[in-house]
Each structure stands twice: as structure tokens, then as C-alpha cells.
Design a protein around this ligand. Sequence first.
Ligand code: NAD
Length: 424
Amino acid sequence: MKIERREKPEFYTPTYEMALKQFDIAAEKLNLDPNVTERLRAPKRALIVNVPIRMDNGTVKVFQGYRVQHSMVLGPAKGGTRYHQDVNLGEVTALAMWMSWKSALIGLPLGGAKGGIRCNPKEMSRAELQRLTRRYATEIFPLIGPERDIPGPDVGTNEQIMAWLMDTYSMQVGYSVPGIATGKPVSIGGSLGRFEATGRGVVYATEEAAKKLSINLNGASVVIQGFGNVGYVAAKILSEIGCKVIAVSNSKGGIYNKNGLDIKRLYEFSKDNPVLSEGKYGDNITNQELLELKCDILIPAALSAQITGDNAKRITCRILAEGANGPTTPEADQILIDKGIFLIPDILANSGGVTVSYFEWVQDLQNFFWKEKEINEKLKDIIVGAFNNMMILTEKEKVGSRTAALMMGIKKIAEAMLIRGLYP
Ligand code: NAD
């Protein structure tokens, strides 16, 4: 059956186009019902909010924010909140879509959502960020809730911002609702292990890939773009298990040391010094040069579309573990496959974040908290299981690992949609 494809929506941006291209390849391979395909190419709902706040200098500034729910077929929607100057509706929609596939792929009873505000949090004071978060939470209040849509952290947001979000929601309803947000501080219902979860998950997936390729991680060279929550934790755990992290970067540039960097010292330094090269722990390097360094493991852990049709031919790693969401464009995907680089796709590699967010939400709903050891064991189980299933599918369907992972997630959602039926 052929159905007419809708016009491009107004929020058709490069990131959304990327997410659609990936989806279309997997949908075709799955021979997906065209009606299901049409529905899943667009989000269920998208809310645009204009958030006015008083700045410290007395002026009022209005920031545009979004909350997009892509799918809620499998359960409440779940997804992070991004504070960044380039946030737009198309990007948030793509990120929401990737959340749907990710949660389904690893078997969580959750849908996909994402939120964000176009702002530069680095230029805002703590008080301004608190006002921004509280007003944003109030504006998206009709969409969120512990049974509906549960925000978490992403680029530019952290535990403190999740605490303000949880407090604002709780004030609106008149009682404490810890299950409204994840990535909170442990003191207010956060989960042990959540801060490390995404980076730890990247490491678990990388260990599986290394086994498959017979790479000894002891002494293996690692390059990481992005030195925030995901990049730092992955760097720390990999260096603890014997890898040599030879380069890391942030938005201001990177540093390279062929003998390996002292990650803990560098992290302490980076807290007060955004320019990593000023610490003299290694040589100055640009983000582009960093991606092209010869290494065993490359982990993009910053923004999307970093590995493109232009630079993919110069990427020389053996394993590409996507800590970031959407770091590789579809053009680059094909080049990397042709070069024989082993890809751990984002929806699997960084799924540790949503997995432990799910654990946090479950603990909050039950008011019963687990030990960190238990959390890390359960996390490993899920990631290793999903990795192995993905490998089986790549061989069975003769597809790349990204398409296999997408097929696993999309298939689960499509099945649930069809069995639930079309309302009304
Ligand atoms: P973060 O804000 O903690 O860190 C982001 C890092 O990227 C910072 O070091 C920043 O300086 C750097 N960066 C920003 N722009 C850059 C650029 N142009 N070039 C190089 N570095 C740049 O964010 P995070 O939570 O670590 O998220 C990083 C990525 O991981 C994002 O793509 C996010 O969507 C994804 N992710 C995060 C989580 C999570 O739990 N935090 C879960 C899944 C996926």
C-alpha cells in the first residue's frame, strides 16, 4: 500500500532530517506498515513556550523553549532537557525521536520525549538559571507528570536544574513528587549511580565491542570529544580499567598527550578553567584534529553531526562509541562501514542514562531505594543483552549496527501501536 507523504514540516532542520533518514532506512528494512511509518516520522505533540524571566540587571528577557513528545505507546514519555544557544524545534524533535527508539531497544516501558531552551547557560547566573528553570517547568506543566512525561538532564543542565524542576512541579501540585524528573540529587530521590550511568554504559558497550574485535583494553588508546557528564565519566572509568585516554576536548578546544592524560586531575582543573590547554597537561588540539587522531576507541560525547561526509574518511579509530546523540551523519555512516570501523550506535551506546533514569523513576514511585552495586549490575545486564541482540540482527539482516539497533526499537513500538489500534 502506498500512502501520500506529507509536506515537510516547518521544523525540518538538518538534525531532524538526519533522524528521518536513519528511520527510513530501518523502516524499509522492517517493511513497516506505511501508516505506522507516516505516524512515527513526526512527533505526537510539540509544545513551544516563551519563557520570560527577570535578568539580574533588572531587564526582562524572553527565551524560547520546547517540550516534544514523540511517542507514548510503550509508556510515559522520557527524555532530557537541553540548555544551549542552538536549541531549536527540529533538533528537540530529532532527540525525542531517538529517545523513543532507545527506550524501546533496551526494553524499557517508556516513550520518547525531549525538551530544551535556547539560551547560553554559561553566560547566566545561578539565580537567572533558577528563574528560567522554574518558569519553563511551569510553562510545560500541562504536558509533564510522573505518569505522563518525565524530564531528565542533557547538555547544559545538571542535578541542580532537575532539583528546581522537581521542586516547581511539587509546589504546583502541593506535595513532593520525586518521580517528575530524573537525574536529581540523591538527597531528594535521585538514584545512586545516575550521574555516572551514561558514561558507564558507554564503557560497558565498548567492552563488548572490544571482546568482539579481540582488542585488549589494557593500554588501548581512547579519544573523547566532550568533557562533560558523559565524556568525563567515560574517560574516568576507561582510564581506571587500563585504557590510555590520549585526548579530550570541550567547546573551547582540546588537548592531546600520547602518553595518556591524568583524567581526575584534568577534571578538577576543568571545573574552574574552561580552556583545557591552559593546564599544560598536553598539546593544544582543535576539535576537528581530535576526531581524526589515530586511536583504538573514539567517543564523541558532545553535540550532533560531528562526523560528517567531509571528515569520515579521515577517521581512523577501530571502535566508534557514540556517547552523544546523533554525532554521525548518514553520509558518514556509509563511509565508516566501508572503512570497517565498528560502530556502537548512540541509541545503544548512551542508553545507560535513560536506563538508570528509569531505575530512579521506579525507586521514586516505590519509595524504596537500591544499592549502587545492584544498579550497576542491572545496567550492565541490559546493555550487554541489547548489544548481543543487536549483533545477532546485524548478521541475520546483513545491516550495519545502527540500522539493526533502530530496527529493534522501531519494531517494538510498531507492534504496540498496531495491537493497541487506532483511536477513535
Ligand atoms: P554536558 O553539558 O555535561 O557536556 C557537554 C560537553 O560537550 C562539554 O564538555 C562541552 O564543553 C562540550 N561541547 C559543547 N560543544 C562542543 C563542541 N562544539 N565541540 C566539542 N565539545 C563541545 O552534556 P552531557 O550530558 O555530557 O551530554 C553530551 C552528549 O551526550 C549530548 O549529545 C547528549 O545528548 C548525550 N547524552 C547525554 C546523556 C546524559 O545522561 N547526560 C544521556 C544520553 C545522551
